[in-house]
Design a protein around this ligand. Structure first.
Ligand code: NAD
Length: 227
């Protein structure tokens, strides 16, 4: 079987190392090329990449998208903390190549985002999202909390208070969505038990995205539920 050649951006980071481990254990793909900070792109190698996986920093995005667009290569991006301008770069690139950006690559969070739709039937409740992450996390609130907030506000057709962000210890990621009335409280909760869950999701998304023929902005839910 021909292995999928993965280009990995941020390979020496916490997520990059985890993703490389998942890929190395897979019979379907290989880490073919890595890009890090201050490493100039070798286009002879970049053109052979079948799919990029980027878990680095917002500053890396323009170069990653430029390289991928030049060679017509799909990009799975898990980096968070993007500005509006950087998000628009993702949209622009998706006119030329398949791009899948997800603030959380776990299938559980994809399901949680879908589950929020049921809150449309109790839109009059009060809502609050809470997130907990390890002390070294750079962005606050987490990209996952921002995505959950967007989906929650869509479901209940109203603005909700900003997510509460708590930083401490080594927590991989806990997200809670509270729905509260005078009589009852519902809490949806997702906990990531390790970093591998994001790495496995990213590799699954890359294998799926490499098969998508059309340019477009894909979401992690599309891997589970179809576009
Ligand atoms: P990290 O700081 O451990 O690693 C970042 C890596 O990116 C480092 O190797 C660094 O050298 C590299 N890098 C930074 N700037 C670069 C540039 N301009 N060009 C190339 N490489 C560059 O961070 P981490 O914990 O691995 O997280 C990386 C990103 O992934 C963060 O944005 C984080 O929020 C996000 N993340 C997403 C998910 C998800 O499921 N989507 C899960 C966990 C983390």
């Amino acid at each position: 079987m021909k292995k999928l050649k993965v280009g990995l951006v941020g390979a020496s980071g916490r997520m990059g190392r985890e993703i490389a481990e998942v890929i190395n254990a897979s019979p379907a793909c290989d880490v073919f090329y890595t890009l890090g900070r201050d490493k100039k792109v070798d286009h002879k190698l970049a053109e052979k990449v079948d799919v990029w996986i980027d878990f680095s920093s917002p500053e890396a995005l323009p170069e990653v998208l430029k390289t991928a667009s030049r060679h017509g290569t799909p990009v799975v991006c898990g980096t968070t903390g993007f500005s509006k301008k950087e998000k628009s770069l993702l949209e622009k690139a998706s006119k030329e190549i398949p791009v899948l950006w997800a603030s959380n690559m776990s299938m559980g969070v994809a399901v949680l985002n879908e589950a929020l739709k049921v809150f449309s039937s109790i839109a009059n409740f009060d809502y609050q999202i809470e997130e907990f992450h390890h002390i070294r996390k750079k962005d606050k609130p987490s990209g996952t909390a921002i995505t959950l907030q967007e989906n929650l506000e869509k479901a209940v057709s109203k603005k909700c208070p900003e997510p509460l962000a708590i930083r401490g210890g080594g927590i991989f990621g806990i997200h809670k969505v509270h729905a509260m009335s005078e009589e009852e409280v519902i809490t949806f909760e997702h906990s990531a038990l390790n970093r591998t869950v994001f790495a496995k999701g990213a590799v699954r998304a890359a294998e799926w995205l490499a098969k998508q023929k059309k340019p477009g902005l894909y979401q992690i839910r599309d891997v589970l539920f179809g576009k």
